[in-house]
Unconditional design. Structure first.
Length: 422
């Protein structure tokens, strides 16, 4: 393994030029815009009307959402606060899709007032929604579909088997749900599913489209006209150096082919196609910057490099054994040795090198070194927590002109204690 740093030059310059208190998150606006634009361009050249609804949960910051709104994206929200974040970025009306489960009725009211497309997860939620709205009902409604064991393409390692999922309407409820929604006043219908997460295999995404397009045809025979299809998110990030990024050309040509075969060639009305990719858009363009506090030698020469970030800042390696690239600033001339990069939580899975893998060949580190953890732009800061009283890291945005803007200040002790009644 090379000891040369692999960070993009503009990221490296920004980190070296600034002395923010570590740990902190840095997001690259140029990279985010490039990925957003590339995805939109690839899937807009397919013969159907396409829009991505960025999954707010991936990176819930209005500065990020504002960048993506400028790139033509909508917002996929799953809670009242996520709806509010979308509003802060001027995402309203049908530029927002509200998909949630076990919903607080007030969140339905908030979504309805905002004009969002409401995507129901359960047939029983029809009555909950109607009651929440005082017997009103949206003219546009969507349902999340769970194909159960009818999906034959295997299962995604993160989502698992559809039949074991808590999400989505089973086959036996789907037609009845549309009929009931129509009875209550809905006039425009959509269908959605989410079968994969962080999936780099294009065939899995094409299979999702086949499942939903087939269901559109079946619903049409039952007199239910579908206007839009949401293929869910799930486009992956090549976290590991051995992985290859998503092939946009294969994805777009595959979707275009199956759309033509199953929709246009069968004389069905054209569909609006949506996705709700979040991780894929911002994941590769976020960096967790931390500093080495100490190096501990354990049994048989095991090296534990203790940094000032913890699993409370980035839980993916410790929870999922997820791989994140780790870079050491100024690595030149250092030996490459197996090391565990760890935080200071009272948890023995507080490992940035993975809860199972634990050790990784890296340039030999010492106290004071700056360490950068890559691909931390999604499901990273968003999943943070305050265990052991650890304070949340700040977030910064690297703008195209090289300036850095703070988009969320670091949490303080005053913030941590503010909700206590004492």
């Amino acid at each position: 393994m090379s000891s040369q740093i692999q960070l993009p030059p503009r990221i490296l310059r920004a980190i070296k030029a600034n002395d923010f208190p570590t740990p902190y998150y840095l997001y690259d606006q140029v990279g985010i815009k490039q990925t957003a634009g590339s995805l939109s361009m690839a899937l807009s050249n397919t013969g159907f009307d396409y829009q991505n609804y960025f999954a707010v949960k991936a990176n819930p910051n209005p500065h990020i959402l504002d960048i993506l709104r400028e790139e033509g994206m909508g917002a996929d929200a799953s809670s009242g606060p996520e709806l509010e974040l979308a509003r802060m970025a001027d995402m309203t009306g049908e530029a927002v899709m509200f998909t949630a489960n076990n919903v607080d009725p007030e969140e339905y009211r908030e979504a309805y007032r905002q004009g969002a497309i409401i995507n129901l997860d359960d047939i029983n939620q029809i009555e909950v929604l109607r009651s929440a709205l005082g017997s009103e009902f949206p003219e546009t409604i969507s349902f999340r579909y769970n194909p159960g064991s009818s999906r034959k393409a295997g299962h995604n390692s993160i989502i698992g088997r559809p039949e074991d999922s808590k999400f989505g309407l089973p086959e036996h409820d789907l037609i009845e749900a549309y009929q009931l929604a129509s009875k209550y006043g809905a006039k425009h219908f959509g269908i959605h599913t989410m079968l994969v997460s962080n999936e780099l295999d294009v065939a899995q995404h094409i299979d999702t489209a086949r499942i939903l397009f087939s269901k559109v045809a079946e619903l049409a025979q039952a007199g239910i006209g579908i206007k839009f299809v949401n293929l869910g998110g799930g486009l992956g990030v090549a976290y590991h150096p051995d992985q290859k990024p998503i092939d946009y050309k294969a994805l777009s040509s595959g979707l275009e082919s199956v759309y033509r075969e199953m929709i246009l060639d069968k004389g069905l009305p054209p569909l609006r196609i949506m996705t709700e990719n979040g991780r894929h858009i911002t994941g590769p363009h976020g960096y967790l910057v931390t500093q080495v506090r100490s190096v501990k030698l354990g049994y048989e020469g095991r090296r534990f490099v203790g940094v000032d970030a913890t699993m409370a800042d980035l839980m993916r390696p410790g929870m999922y054994d997820a791989y994140h690239g780790i870079e050491v600033l100024n690595p030149e001339g250092r030996r490459i040795v197996d090391q565990a990069v760890v935080g200071s939580l009272c948890e023995n899975n507080d490992f940035f090198t993975g809860k199972d893998a634990k050790y990784r060949p890296l340039p030999e580190m010492e106290a004071g070194d700056i360490v950068v953890i890559r691909d931390a732009g999604a499901h990273s800061h968003a999943m943070g927590f305050n265990y052991n009283g650890k304070l949340r890291a700040g977030e910064y945005l690297l703008e195209p002109d090289g300036e850095i803007k703070m988009i969320r200040r670091p949490q303080t002790r005053e913030d941590y204690f503010a909700t206590l009644s004492w």
